[in-house]
Design a protein around this ligand. Structure first.
Ligand code: KIV
Ligand code: ZN
Length: 497
């Protein structure tokens, strides 16, 4: 039977402290509802004494959330605890989270007191909080740098005073995973009444070890983890919820479980990112844009043969539709063919070779080849040999220069060249083309579009020309907009018989 790990989400408290991430009450309610749907067990909704806005958010979240415990943060100060209790009045399940610094730094330089006085204040705060609620969590701030023997004394005293959950924060993100795990084990083994409380981890990511430290905490006996969505939080952030949830889900040998509905991870991550204006880094584990994207030919081939060759999590498990095969210059035929098939093209080997050849030329010019590009490449290959084909295009243009274009046009197999000037490089090139085909052509419409965003993308040109009172349409695409225009012009002319 798997043991349950309680997920305590502090996105709305430690996460929301990040400059630029502040939310209004309505947004906080939206996040809280998403967290409830996701399956978190405890929502730390705010620090009510810190501002009227935070107080109000805790009140409103308490009214709408049913399942998770609503938790409010306080210092070990009576007034904080009273205000937190008032903010929690509508919560169906409520918890006060109170605490004080226990490291030599905090005792000496921040609180400027003695270790004994810290224990007295901690005990008083817990006892006072218990007057308002049955569920009181105590945090020993900077526990990561607190001396284990002293920490054990503090914890024993606060459990005796009524604390139900003991939070051991690595506030500065300094601990090594081994060290943090050993701290939790030490408390498990040396606090006589530890079985009366649940040990909680609360790790910060200053040295990139928050997830590792949290896992070591769990392995050594912690059964609650304090986490945030996308790892948001002070400085380098907190342990990210999605990483812990998916580690526990993927490693069956841990015999642990959480209540998280992993299929809602991705949408919750995006909601938090959007509301908090905090983009998720592309290579972020589980929820980053590239977390399930493969771009090297070897990996793409491997994933297409069997997803598990290069993926330890099925993207559907976290709510992502499918792995992405990114088509770049490093992609192989297998990846291109896979995408062609998804787009409805079933090609024989020769056709695939031809498209792959064109694909590589394009991929060298563009960072990523998208579906629209592929449709265009396919269209070009299937169009076959044309009676008019642009072989050469050279333009001179710029400020204080007369635009001049030289065009080499293959007409029925033979290349002819012509040079002309114009009011711009496209006009000059069109004139040169007209000289070569000796037909009266009027340009009626000319439309340039970027197919997708980005400076290295394909430009698409639609052209409408008139010849002897009939209209002809042409289409051209190229990463070079002048070339795309001339190709569109030639395409229209080639339809004149
Ligand atoms: O990092 C920390 O120590 C905290 C406490 C207030 C729990 O956020
Ligand atoms: Zn914190």
């Amino acid at each position: 039977m798997n043991e349950k790990v309680t997920i305590f989400d502090t996105t709305l408290r430690d996460g929301e402290q990040v400059p630029g991430c502040q939310l209004n009450t309505i947004e906080k309610i939206e996040v809280a509802e998403a967290l409830e749907n996701l399956g978190v067990d405890v929502i730390e909704a705010g620090f009510p004494i810190s501002s009227p806005g935070d107080f109000n958010s805790v009140v409103e979240i308490s009214k709408v959330i049913s399942n998770p415990v609503i938790c409010a943060l306080t210092r070990a100060v009576k007034k904080d605890i009273e205000v937190a209790a008032e903010a929690l009045q509508y919560a169906k399940k409520k918890r006060i989270h109170t605490g004080i610094g226990t490291s030599p730094y905090h005792i000496k330089y921040k609180i400027k007191t003695t270790p004994e006085e810290i224990i007295n204040r901690a005990v008083d705060a817990v006892k006072y909080a218990r007057k308002f609620v049955d569920d009181v969590e105590f945090y020993a701030e900077d526990a990561g740098r607190s001396e284990n023997e002293y920490l054990a004394k503090v914890i024993e005293a606060v459990i005796k005073a009524g604390a139900t959950v003991i939070n051991i924060p690595d506030t500065t993100g300094y601990c090594l995973p081994e060290e943090y795990g050993a701290k939790i084990r030490y408390l498990k083994e040396n606090v006589p009444n530890i079985d009366k409380a649940i040990i909680s981890t609360h790790c910060h990511n200053d040295l990139g070890m928050a997830t590792a430290n949290t896992m070591m905490g769990i392995i050594n006996g912690a059964r609650q983890v304090e986490v945030t969505m996308n790892g948001l939080g002070e400085r380098a952030g907190n342990t990210s919820l999605e990483e812990i949830a998916m580690i526990i889900k993927s490693h069956h040998s841990l015999n642990l479980s959480t209540n998280i509905n992993s299929k809602l991870i991705y949408t919750t991550s995006r909601l938090v990112s959007t509301l908090m204006s905090m983009p998720v880094q592309p290579n972020k584990a589980i929820v980053g844009r590239n977390a399930f994207a493969h771009s090297s030919g070897i990996h793409q081939d491997g994933v297409l043969k069997n997803r598990e060759n290069y993926e330890i999590i099925d993207p559907k498990e976290v709510g992502i539709k499918e792995s992405a095969i990114i088509l770049t210059a490093r992609s192989g035929r297998a990846a291109l063919n896979h995408r062609l098939q998804l787009l409805g093209f079933n090609l024989d080997k020769e056709e695939l070779d031809e498209i792959y050849h064109r694909f590589l030329i394009l991929a060298d010019k563009k960072k990523e080849v998208n579906d629209e590009d592929i449709r265009i490449l396919t269209g070009e290959v299937f169009q076959g040999e044309k009676s008019l084909k642009l072989e050469l295009l050279q333009v001179t243009c710029g400020k204080s220069t007369i635009p001049v274009a030289t065009v080499g046009l293959k007409i029925n197999g033979e290349v002819h060249t012509s040079t002309a000037s114009g009011n711009g490089p496209i006009d000059a090139a069109f004139t040169a083309v007209k000289q070569l085909i000796s037909k009266t052509i009027h340009l009626e419409e000319f439309l340039v579009q970027a197919i997708t965003k980005g400076s290295n993308d394909f430009g698409k040109v639609h052209i409408q020309v008139e010849h002897e009172q009939k209209t002809y349409y042409g289409f051209g695409t190229n990463t070079d907009i002048v070339t795309a225009s001339v190709e569109a012009f030639i395409d229209a002319i080639s339809k004149i018989q």
